[in-house]
Design a protein around this ligand. Structure first.
Ligand SMILES: Cc1cc2nc3c(=O)[nH]c(=O)nc-3n(C[C@H](O)[C@H](O)[C@H](O)COP(=O)(O)O)c2cc1C
Length: 305
């Protein structure tokens, strides 16, 4: 872990050079306009928090209308979204900071009222109940359906196009949201992935969707401007894995095939008011992944090492 003194030392995250290590974690705030464009309030939010030489990671932005899971979350799939995000990247750059866009598909965490009537999707149908914020208030999530094999390249392509749009909007890189039980995470973990095709079963198969998306993002940005966020100790959203240490260890090892900007690890030490029963220590993944790691436990500041 970074010490207080090291916090103010320079760091290279792939192709992203920082003069200090204070990184703004991605924090969903649901302040987008009704067309899912970043609002004036969001420009001010990021501008206020930009710090010379530092890095901001945006709240998650969705690559298509039906991939959102929260009313008020921003999109990155229209020219209007690109133009509005550009105001944010300009404001952040004017203060000498850099900014990376987190891209997320919410998967089974959604409601037909948010997705134009389309059922939420997941690798497999596994019973799951949550509440979703819609225009009619908090509602039980809609039943999800299993993704057909032919849809997978379409989904991968939606992330690639979002990465292209992020580039057009002036970002310094992109981060794949592979955490918190959203779509990509539900492929990786075996509690939610019961597929019997090339995207389920073995560790290699379960990691395939994530890696295909990362490769699509890398095709746009080069590896040094692509990061990935995981939550190996997370249990939020009923996510589960029979052996998280093996799953995330394997995934971290596979990431060594690319020279990514960073691996971003959420390490919640609490679940509600209790200490989490599931714990994959950052130190375990630190021994496997050879690139920079950003660690964020949401109880303290995020540190990079
Ligand atoms: C453990 C944990 C991980 C989170 N990860 C993300 C994330 O990767 N991306 C994101 O947009 N929001 C994430 N969130 C949600 C934001 O932290 C939350 O919406 C935000 O802090 C709310 O800020 P506000 O109360 O100022 O509106 C996470 C929350 C927790 C507790």
């Amino acid at each position: 872990m970074t010490t207080a003194r090291e916090l103010f030392e320079a760091l290279r995250l792939g192709a992203i050079d920082l003069t200090h290590r204070v990184v703004h974690a991605p924090t969903t705030r649901l302040r987008a306009d009704t067309d899912e464009s970043p609002s004036a309030m969001m420009i001010e939010y990021y501008r206020q928090r930009a710090s010379k030489g530092g890095l901001q990671i945006t709240e998650s932005a969705h690559p298509s209308h039906d991939s959102r899971g929260y009313l008020g979350a921003p999109g990155i799939y229209t020219q209007a979204h690109v133009d509005a995000w550009r105001k944010i990247t300009d404001a952040v750059h004017a203060k000498g900071s850099q900014i990376v866009m987190q891209i997320a598909h919410c998967g089974r965490h959604s409601h037909v009222g948010l997705s134009g009537g389309r059922a939420p999707i997941a690798p497999s149908v596994v019973p799951f109940e949550t509440q979703v914020l819609t225009q009619d208030g908090w509602m039980p999530n809609s039943p999800h359906r299993a993704i057909e094999l032919w849809e997978i390249p379409v989904l991968v392509e939606s992330f690639r196009i979002a990465a292209v749009r992020a580039k057009e909007a002036g970002f310094d890189g992109v981060e794949l949201h592979n955490a918190n039980g959203y779509l990509v995470d539900t492929f990786l973990q075996d509690g939610t992935n019961k597929r019997t095709d090339a995207y389920g079963g073995s560790l290699e198969n379960r990691a395939r969707f994530s890696l295909e998306i990362l490769e699509a993002m890398i095709s746009v940005w080069g590896p040094g401007r692509v990061g990935v966020r995981v939550s190996p100790s997370g249990q939020w959203g009923n996510i589960s894995d029979s052996n998280p240490e093996a799953t995330f260890g394997y995934f971290a090892a596979r990431l060594n095939e690319y020279e990514l900007a960073y691996l971003h690890i959420i390490e919640p030490r609490i679940k509600g008011a209790e200490v989490s029963q599931r714990s994959v220590a950052v130190a375990t993944l630190r021994n496997i992944f050879r690139g920079p790691i950003i660690e964020n436990d949401y109880l303290a500041f995020p540190f990079a090492n």
